[in-house]
Unconditional design. Structure first.
Lengths: 319, 295, 337
């Protein structure tokens, strides 16, 4: 069953204009998300992978109701989140990337965690009990409740952020690169904790990362975003065994391997194009080794190959 | 049980490092010494008044007119035979009081308008910013003098007049800090947690901008004292026969050649206090930037 | 954003701020003297005369109409009348303004000559004795009240050492050149009266030096920090690596880029000079705007005080606008932001 349904999402940010533009009433915008559609199934983890600047965080902010899209719809359990955002928000929460910036340095851990309960009519005693309970769920001791963020390690901080996201028993959690600021060993601990909690609370995750290893470890399905467009979407196994889009192949090729000799980076194959003046046609064609004439003029749409695999590439287009 | 203490440890380690850095800087230390002396003397004089002043600062004594500085009269006497040293000491509490009053009022206005400006959307931001522009367009001493003159002379009105020219800086400061804090992820998290803008400002923004504003405000006291000296020079502070540093200089400047001690000593006291604040401020700014670099 | 857009936007903002300034001066002056006509005419007014005066100056109309006439007046040269001398404020300002212009220009020159070299010295000797000495000097410069500096210099150089005259614009035995621009030095040059030029300059040096002494710190501080910034920039280091002559690097690359930001502080500096003129012109008995303002203040001559306050704000707004435009032209990056 779908819990979140995103259709034809477009997000444009206005750019400052020169005098001639104002006089000619020309609007200059930067299209950060271009016609993005997908759905998240209840209980799954949908991974979103892409380079920085590809629109991942903007998508997360829209799903959380923090910014409004230019057009398109975001439905949560069948209701538009921008109509009923106050009500529905109660079932959505988030874990952000940087634990140093996501915890208020002037607040104690117990107050940080209890924040989602702030506007409920729960008694102080119940709030405290909830905090103690959730602390143990995320693997932290009671003593941490009265500490300040600066007294915690990076992993502990991120556990606090997870506790805050969970305390009100939401259904859907947006995780925006929650482990990218941490050491590899702690990353693994945290990913396992997230998987554990998902089973225990019946959570649905929308997990954003630029790290292919992380994303394939935690996700059930993966969506690949490039320059504001979804280029491929499918189950983890399908995308590992049978990646179709040249960009997905590039991402796999660049996954760090134990052998340092073959270390290559996505950046070696050019940069994400400017979103102010994106290339015409397929946005990936300037970097694509298989680019054809058609790619320079016509933008491919995300097409269903089979039940578990969608791709936006002229190489696989049936038309 | 230890929650309160933990908070104190955090604040104190930060300030402790600043203090340690100041203790190593001789000029900043001198500034600190001057500032501490100024406030201690002000408090002592305000509490004990006539008991500790060597002479009555107001009573005239025509047997000792324009006496040059000596052990009896440290800074000499004025043309009414009043001891200038006693008059300078007697005027200190007014300066301390006015500077603290102006700074607190300005900081409150700054925090209210600055957070509003940084948080309430473009239209309000634009209005508040242009309002500060208007006040920044006047040479501040001239606007303060004009307002004080219009309200009528007196300590209270002088404080109001200085506040009227002082608040815009604090609005800018609070706004800039608000914009910085606003972009941090804990504010986003609070929005997701269903907190209203008002709650976010109270719980997240204000506690995080306060340390910067308090630090700036403390060092800004010297600026107010300097401006207040300018106002009282033109007779817009406490009224005669009450003593006032600036008005002492004004009254004495006609006797510059005959009795230079009359205008010069009160002037030097203003200069020393003002330099004290400047030295301390420079030291603290230095310590702060070192803190940020070492991070 | 193009430079034209930037300039037009700044112009629009300046006009808005100027209107705000008029509102503020209007409010302040009308709060004190709700009916100026009554104040001017004395304690026992002739009712007909009062009525005529009120009509003439629109005091019988609602406040917003009074504001309208006030703004129109400000922009058409009717700044009200001095109630004591019955001379229009603007005419009086014209009499007093030239001295302040002379003072401001001389002070600017002295503080540039003092401020820029000290700033460079400080930046190139960062952390060393010279740097500390300069920093201490500008701290003292900006924190000692200007009237103290004036009195001490007057006592030392004027009365005790008798190097400079202690008051006035000209010596008693020097005739004032005929008024053409009002600026004595310019008039003296125009009429070929070198004697008067030198004598006036001689009289203006001490007041200008005092004013410069308590404001050069602003320039020094800015030059120091922007110089340090430029010295630490990559291309300066690159230029060194390329083996360019050290002096050449210094003058061609650093100095030019370091001095651009100083353009922006001239409005601030002017504000300092105008504020300082209040004290300086009183202490050195110079018949300028500062003295006019303080005299008006002591006599509770509100129309004159508000007239000069408005003029000072107008000057600073114009200066700010010019500085912004100059800066945008010198360093186009700023306009792009």
């Amino acid at each position: 069953m779908e819990i979140v349904n995103v259709t034809n999402l477009i997000k444009e940010f206005p750019l400052s204009r020169g005098l001639t533009d104002i006089l000619s009433r020309k609007r200059k915008t930067m299209r950060v998300l271009d016609n993005v559609s997908f759905s998240v199934l209840e209980g799954e983890t949908l991974g979103l992978v892409g380079e920085s600047g590809s629109g991942k965080t903007t998508l997360a902010r829209i799903l959380l109701g923090l910014i409004k899209p230019t057009s398109g719809k975001v439905m949560f359990k069948g209701e538009d989140i921008f109509n009923l955002r106050r009500l529905n928000k109660l079932e959505v929460h988030a874990v952000f990337q940087d634990p140093d910036s996501s915890l208020n340095p002037m607040m104690q851990v117990k107050d940080i965690i209890a924040e989602p309960l702030f506007n409920t009519k729960m008694s102080k005693k119940d709030v405290d009990e909830n905090v103690i309970e959730i602390l143990s769920k995320v693997g932290l001791t009671k003593e941490i409740a009265t500490r300040y963020p600066f007294e915690l390690s990076g992993g502990q901080k991120q556990r606090v952020a997870i506790a805050r996201a969970l305390i009100k028993k939401p259904k859907f959690i947006v995780l925006d690169e929650p482990t990218s600021a941490l050491d590899v060993s702690i990353q693994a601990q945290l990913l396992n904790l997230l998987i554990e909690l998902q089973g225990e609370f019946g959570l649905t995750y929308f997990f954003i990362s630029h790290n292919m290893n992380v994303i394939s470890y935690i996700s059930d399905r993966i969506a690949v975003i490039y320059a504001g467009q979804l280029v491929e979407l499918g189950t983890v196994d399908e995308l590992i065994s049978n990646p179709l889009h040249p960009y997905t192949k590039l991402l796999w090729a660049c996954v760090p391997r134990p052998d340092p000799e073959t270390k290559i980076s996505v950046k070696d194959f050019g940069e994400v194009p400017s979103l102010i003046n994106p290339p015409p046609g397929c946005r990936f064609h300037p970097r694509c080794p298989y680019a054809m004439e058609i790619c320079k003029s016509i933008s491919p749409t995300l097409e269903k190959l089979n039940n578990i695999h969608l791709v936006a590439c002229h190489l696989f287009s049936r038309r | 049980m230890s929650s309160k203490n933990k908070g104190k440890i955090k604040i104190s380690t930060f300030y402790l490092r600043i203090v340690r850095s100041i203790l190593k800087d001789p000029l900043a230390l001198l500034g600190l010494l001057i500032v501490v002396c100024f406030f201690s003397i002000s408090i002592l004089v305000a509490l004990l008044g006539d008991y500790i002043l060597p002479y009555d600062p107001i009573k005239m004594d025509f047997s000792s007119i324009l006496v040059p500085p000596s052990l009896n009269h440290l800074f000499g006497t004025d043309r009414y035979g009043r001891d200038i040293f006693s008059r300078i000491l007697a005027a200190a509490p007014t300066d301390a009081f006015v500077s603290v009053e102006v700074i607190i009022l300005s900081a409150i206005i700054g925090i209210v308008l600055g957070t509003l400006s940084g948080f309430a959307g473009r239209a309000i931001d634009e209005i508040v910013m242009r309002l500060t522009d208007i006040f920044f367009s006047f040479p501040s001493i001239i606007l303060a003098i004009a307002i004080a003159a219009v309200l009528g002379p007196g300590v209270r009105n002088a404080a109001i007049a200085i506040t009227a020219t002082w608040w815009p800086t604090y609005v800018r400061l609070a706004r800039a800090e608000t914009l910085r804090i606003k972009s941090l992820e804990f504010v986003e998290a609070a929005k997701v947690s269903n907190l209203s803008s008002y709650q976010i400002v109270l719980k997240h923004i204000i506690p995080n901008i306060l340390p910067t504003i308090i630090t700036y405000a403390t060092l800004d006291l010297g600026g107010v004292i300097l401006t207040y000296a300018g106002l009282s020079y033109f007779g817009l502070g406490a009224q005669p026969p009450l003593p006032e540093w600036g008005s002492e200089v004004f009254a004495g400047q006609d006797y510059l050649v005959v009795a230079p001690w009359w205008p010069i000593f009160p002037g030097l006291v203003i200069a020393i206090v003002s330099i004290g604040f400047a030295l301390l401020g420079d030291g603290v700014r230095d310590a702060f930037s070192k803190q940020f670099v070492s991070k | 954003m193009s430079v034209t857009t930037f300039v037009l936007r700044r112009l629009f903002m300046s006009i808005f701020v100027l209107l705000g300034v008029t509102t503020l001066t209007f409010i302040i002056s009308r709060v004190v003297v709700p009916n100026p006509a009554r104040a001017w005419i004395g304690p026992k007014p002739n009712p007909d005369l009062l009525k005529a005066l009120m009509k003439k100056y629109h005091f019988d109309e609602p406040l917003y109409m009074q504001y309208f006439y006030y703004v129109i007046g400000l922009f058409t040269g009717d700044w009200g009348v001095d109630p004591y001398s019955s001379i229009p404020i603007l005419t009086e300002i014209r009499m007093y303004f030239p001295v302040t212009i002379e003072l401001t220009i001389l002070s600017s020159l002295i503080s540039i000559l003092l401020g820029i070299p000290l700033g460079i010295l400080s930046a190139t000797h960062r952390g060393k004795t010279w740097d500390n000495a300069v920093r201490l000097s500008y701290l003292i410069s900006t924190s000692v009240p200007i009237f103290i500096v004036a009195l001490v210099l007057l006592l030392l150089l004027g009365y005790w050492l008798k190097i400079f005259p202690v008051s006035g614009q000209l010596s008693l035995n020097v005739a004032r050149p005929p008024t053409i621009t009002g600026l004595i030095m310019v008039d003296a040059l125009l009429t070929g009266n070198l004697n008067a030029f030198i004598d006036n300059l001689y009289h203006m040096i001490l007041p200008s030096f005092t004013l410069a002494l308590s404001s050069f710190g602003i320039i020094t501080r800015l030059v120091r920090s922007s110089m340090i910034e430029v010295l630490e920039m990559e291309y300066t280091k690159t230029a060194k690596v390329k083996g360019l002559n050290k002096n050449k690097i210094f003058y061609k690359h650093c100095l030019r880029n370091a001095l651009i930001p100083t353009v922006t502080i001239f409005a601030l500096l002017t504000a300092y000079f105008l504020g300082g003129s209040l004290f300086i012109e009183n202490i050195f008995s110079l018949p300028g705007m500062g003295r006019y303002t303080t005299q008006a203040l002591l006599m509770f001559n509100i129309p004159a005080v508000m007239g000069t306050t408005f003029l000072f704000a107008l000057i600073i707004i114009v200066m700010n606008f010019i500085a912004d435009v100059l800066y945008a032209l010198l360093d186009p990056r700023i306009a792009l932001e």
